[in-house]
Design a protein around this ligand. Sequence first.
Ligand code: NAX
Length: 325
Amino acid sequence: MKTPVDIAVTGAAGQISYSLLFRLAAGDLLGPDQPIVLRLLEITPALEVLRGVVMELHDCAFPLLHKVIITDDPKVAFDNIDYAFLVGAKPRKQGMLRSDLLSQNAEIFLVQGQALNEVANRNVKVLVTGNPANTNAYLAINHAPDLAPECFAAMTMLDHTRAVSQLAQKCGVPTRDIRNMTVWGNHSCMQYPDLHNALVKGRPALDLVEQDWFVDEFMPTVQYRGAEVIKARGQSSAASAANAAIMHMSTWIHGTDEGDWVSMAVPSDGSYGIESGLVFSFPVTVSDGHYHIVKGLDMNEFSLERLRRNEAELVEERQAVKHLL
Ligand code: NAX
């Protein structure tokens, strides 16, 4: 029997976690022979609900679930962990300014960055899902000076899979026939789902779909998909977000397929003119547990303009939390 691996999940009593925890315990991330310890973080008032979720986890009798720890202390949650899913964040309430939301969530990620810095494994992989995900990841990186910035990423994988699915449906092919999809920028409606490099069964997507469909249907459908789900379901995306979180972390661990890439929001190294350090969604390949931004793609003015708008939005978000940096 292998030694159990410790995985932290924050916001563990929330809706995304209600799907994520069960998939982790079923072995969907680390495979059928790797036992895990789940270290679950919540705010104190949500611990009672979390106890109910943990009862259900135990009731599944998952063979791989070695132990579950619940806590409201980030240092307990992150103690010696290899993987962290930072899902927990405050939702935007009616009348709340975006800058207030940014500030309140920034405080959460400041504290969690510090705790990760103190107690997590030095090779930890930290995936920030809680919104505003890119800026929250930026905050955490800034408060974890002893961890490499490459230990962190923010989630744009749900935007990526939404984009893959839309293109596959349009072309009448299974999603496995789509390659080299890219979602650039911020996990917000500003994001740029880009078809210029996407391939459908090896053929350029833009040879198969009209430019009008790309700009007037595909792009807004992906950008506003979250709002459409809320409108229909009355609640925000949960199972699909959990799936994307597992897919992001799994790709980070096991690597990308030969000839393909995925979208991940990672600290910029200046590629495509994006300010270094900003957490920006790029096309990335992964090998040996490390992500690499895909370089040298041809970018037309339409694409560059959308990258610049995303960069400007992220700089603005950073400005709103600068008192915490
Ligand atoms: P819920 O409101 O259902 O759950 C959030 C949980 O976080 C709550 O149980 C809350 O008590 C907990 N929490 C709040 N502050 C905390 C803290 N300091 N430490 C630990 N836990 C804390 O939201 P849910 O639907 O699960 O969504 C979670 C986050 O994911 C939200 O910020 C949401 O906007 C974001 N999303 C991000 C996506 C992405 O693609 N990056 C897509 C899905 C989702 O909208």
